[in-house]
Design a protein around this ligand. Structure first.
Ligand code: PGA
Length: 261
């Protein structure tokens, strides 16, 4: 895993956006896996700016999102389809028909999840998967205890996640208790993973993911088993890492190389 530590969320987001834009320029038909939550918002704004400035085009890009709440209409302002349109798709030249978000209203949940996995496979698999990390170490909605080889399925949110996400709803009781989520096994099949974490409330999860034992109790720790992970943090989120200076030094070097000097 490579770790890039920036002073601020803005600086880290810009670097992560550069890595994605560079990959899209190299492969204009790239398949992206996308994430929601407050974490990737700044990076998505950066990509939208790049697209408007003519530095990158998403015209032939396809995307699959990680997860969706069960029971929310795509037009609900807290649904992840709504989020993706509002924060990214409405501001770039992507064809919305090439963007995919799980249907949280599906009556046959298993069929929905199986079809989603098949679509990703038929598209050639995800080249770059964007991830955030929950304060409990979750990735997508794979909460502690999720099988490390799980596939796309219906999952139950932990009380911690419900509390963390209550800020987006009027009250905690409005946060859906269930979601459809790509599994950890699904995520691990992406060729490259770009994970972002900002703020002191992510510091324990980042330390668990990076330096803890690989365990279903911290689902993000499975990323230690992936050959191509780029972790972008601000200083607050990286604060609990024992070897952070070493990771940061090496991360900067390889990022420079990756972006072409
Ligand atoms: P956040 O959520 O970006 O809203 O902090 C991250 C996550 O739960 O993956």
């Amino acid at each position: 895993m490579e770790l890039i530590i920036a002073k601020t969320k803005e600086e880290a987001s810009r670097k992560a956006a550069d890595l994605i834009a560079c990959a899209v320029r190299k492969d204009p038909k790239i398949v992206l896996g996308l994430a929601t939550g407050s974490t990737p918002e700044t990076m998505y704004s950066n990509l939208a700016e790049d697209c408007k400035a003519g530095k990158v085009t998403f015209a032939d890009v396809k995307s699959w999102n990680l997860d969706e709440y069960v029971g929310l209409e795509p037009t609900h302002d807290q649904s992840y389809r709504y989020f993706m349109n509002a924060k990214l798709f409405d501001h770039i030249d992507i064809n919305k028909e090439n963007t995919h978000v799980l249907n949280g209203l599906a009556t046959d949940v298993n069929a929905e999840c199986e079809a989603y996995e098949k679509e990703i496979k038929d598209a050639g698999g995800i080249a770059i998967q964007v991830l955030g990390i929950g304060s409990d170490g979750h990735i997508a909605f794979n909460e502690p205890g999720s099988s490390l080889v799980s596939r796309t399925r219906k999952v139950a949110l932990t009380p911690q996640t419900i509390q963390d996400n209550a800020r987006f709803f009027e009250k905690a009781e409005d946060v859906p208790r269930f979601a459809l989520s790509m599994g950890i096994g699904t995520i691990m099949e992406a060729k490259r993973i770009i994970i972002l974490a900002f703020g002191a409330n992510k510091a324990d999860a980042v330390a668990g993911a990076f330096e803890g034992a690989v365990s279903a109790f911290c689902p993000a720790s499975i990323l230690q088993m992936h050959p191509d992970v780029w972790f972008f943090c601000d200083e607050a989120a990286a604060a609990n890492l024992k070897l952070k200076d070493y990771y940061a030094w090496h991360g900067e070097e390889v990022l420079k190389e990756e972006l072409g000097g």
